[in-house]
Design a protein around this ligand. Structure first.
Ligand code: UN1
Length: 503
């Protein structure tokens, strides 16, 4: 696999930055701190126009039959298959995740496209028994409007695709405000989409998917606009609360996928070989910058001394460095702020009694401006206050437990509720963990880690994670509006509830 420079990569992807050149937004590679491109931010009037065009696009697109809309997503999936390697590399260059994960992210886009194509023939409602003779009651799902998507740097393209692929087959249009840290992957994705739309033909409105390049203000403008029927936002809880407030004020819908503080319980009967692999991938994959990253590990005290030294040894030997190089498992943090945040959290954890290993900066020759760290483990004898917070970096707290109920309580006793898992071969423990009295998270896994979900399931979580569900299962329903239709094919007009109202 050959690795391309940024210019040739953008060239291969058919991206020209001509219309984007400026000096407001800087795409900086976390690999070496080098500037990849400087772009201009869209003005409020341009954003205004885009929103209006997106609304118009929705008005046209909603009448195109859903299976035909699916055809557009099928073609987009083909573009993604063709350019998987290039787009995956761009993800790695701009977000810093290792190439395997960059490619995995594009695969996640392809998967959701496949899902959405099938879905385009299954947007069905129910037929419901009417209480009145000669009546039929049914529901239909109709397109909802323009969907505003806010995405984060860590999954710069897949999260957009979960939303956009569904929204498009559901008959909506899409306006995307990507993270200002990863504008190039967004522009490349938009370019590939336009290619697919051109192949599709003229019944795809030109403004069906739109991109807004800019900072927080441009996202805020989009969220506040009444023509945006639904806002799907992925990112910090702080950002999500602002979005929720603005949407609530105008009674618009929102899908929120916010912070996680994901735990794993390792029970005495666990297959430790499997648990080790799951822990390492979940805790240090994407350099600990997934919303599903494993942050809290509760290990039964009977196996603590077997498992934890093994984990520490693997941590010490983790290959850290250029994420484009094969064999690297841990790439850089996104930027200096993320690094400082990690250091601050480690200091606080020490103050609360944690024993720390790792967490220090690693010099990678030739990439001195990148913020590479040895992933950190913080051992504590009991959960500390610091564990209530999500730190978006590779820092895993480990606490021993005695009793499963205690570990389940710890799993739940945080403000966030995204993902969780248990390693056990005891069926009673596994079932309890996923039961109503078990994990309170949107994702509760058995014998796999909390991160790396497939697209087929509904993705999202409870409490401060925001309650939204994206991606698979019936998450599509959030992108449509439901109408209930009652038909009277009789010659009488009976009222529901038996009400008599004679005139
Ligand atoms: C995110 O970090 O915002 O389950 C999304 C996972 C990935 C998606 C993570 N499929 O880890």
């Amino acid at each position: 696999m050959t690795i391309s420079s940024i210019d040739s990569l953008l060239g291969k992807l058919g991206v020209t930055l001509d219309g984007y050149a400026g000096s407001d937004i800087h795409s900086i590679s976390p690999i070496d701190g080098k500037l990849l491109a400087s772009l201009k931010a869209d003005s409020t009037s341009i954003i205004e126009r885009r929103i209006q065009e997106a609304h118009q696009a929705y008005l046209a697109w909603r009448t195109v039959p859903a299976p035909r809309r699916g055809e557009l997503i099928r073609l987009f999936g083909e573009e993604l298959r063709t350019y998987k390697h290039e787009l995956g590399q761009l993800v790695t260059l701009e977000a810093g995740k290792i190439l395997q994960e960059g490619l995995g992210e594009v695969q996640e886009m392809i998967d959701i496209c496949d899902f959405a194509v099938g879905l385009s023939r299954q947007l069905y409602g129910l037929t419901i028994a009417s209480e009145r003779p000669g009546h039929r009651m049914m529901e239909q799902w109709h397109p909802a409007g323009a969907v505003g998507i806010i995405s984060a740097f860590n999954f710069p393209v897949a999260v957009w695709a979960w939303n956009a692929a569904l929204a498009i087959v559901c008959g909506d249009s899409v306006i995307w405000k990507p993270s200002e840290k990863t504008p190039l992957t967004a522009i490349a994705t938009q370019t590939l989409f336009i290619k697919a739309a051109q192949r599709f033909g003229s019944d795809a409105p030109a403004a069906l998917t739109q991109l807004i390049i800019g900072g927080r203000d441009s996202g805020a403008q989009m969220v506040a606009d009444h023509r945006v029927a639904l806002v799907s936002a992925t990112g910090s809880t702080r950002m999500g609360k602002q979005v929720a407030e603005v949407c609530a004020k105008r009674l618009a819908r929102s899908i929120l996928e916010l912070g996680g503080n994901n735990a794993m319980i390792v029970a005495p009967s666990a297959d430790l070989e499997m648990a080790v692999r799951a822990i390492i991938f979940s805790a240090v994959g994407t350099a600990g910058q997934r919303c599903t990253t494993l942050r809290r590990l509760f290990v039964h005290q009977s196996i603590y001394d077997t498992l934890v030294p093994r984990l520490k040894k693997i941590y010490e030997g983790l290959p850290i460095g250029n994420p484009l190089t094969s064999g690297t498992l841990v790439g850089p943090l996104i930027d200096e702020m993320a690094y400082n945040n990690l250091q601050k959290t480690i200091d606080q954890a020490i103050g609360q009694g944690a024993k720390i290993s790792g967490g220090h900066r690693i010099d990678v020759a030739g990439y001195e401006k990148g913020f590479y760290v040895r992933p950190a483990i913080a051992e504590l004898s009991a959960p500390a206050d610091i564990m209530q917070h999500e730190t978006f970096a590779p820092l895993m707290y480990i606490v021993p437990y005695n009793d499963l109920q205690q570990a389940i309580d710890w799993n739940n006793n945080v403000p966030q509720g995204l993902s969780s898992s248990i390693f056990t071969t005891d069926m009673r423990e596994a079932e309890l963990f996923v039961s109503a009295a078990g994990s309170d998270c949107g994702i509760a896994n058995v014998n796999i880690g909390p991160s790396g979900a497939e697209i087929g399931g509904a993705f999202g979580g409870e409490k401060e994670t925001g309650g939204g569900r994206e991606s698979g299962s019936d998450a599509w329903k959030a992108y449509m509006r439901r109408t209930t239709n009652t038909f009277n094919y009789s010659h009488a007009l009976p009222l529901a509830q038996g009400i008599s109202f004679d005139i």
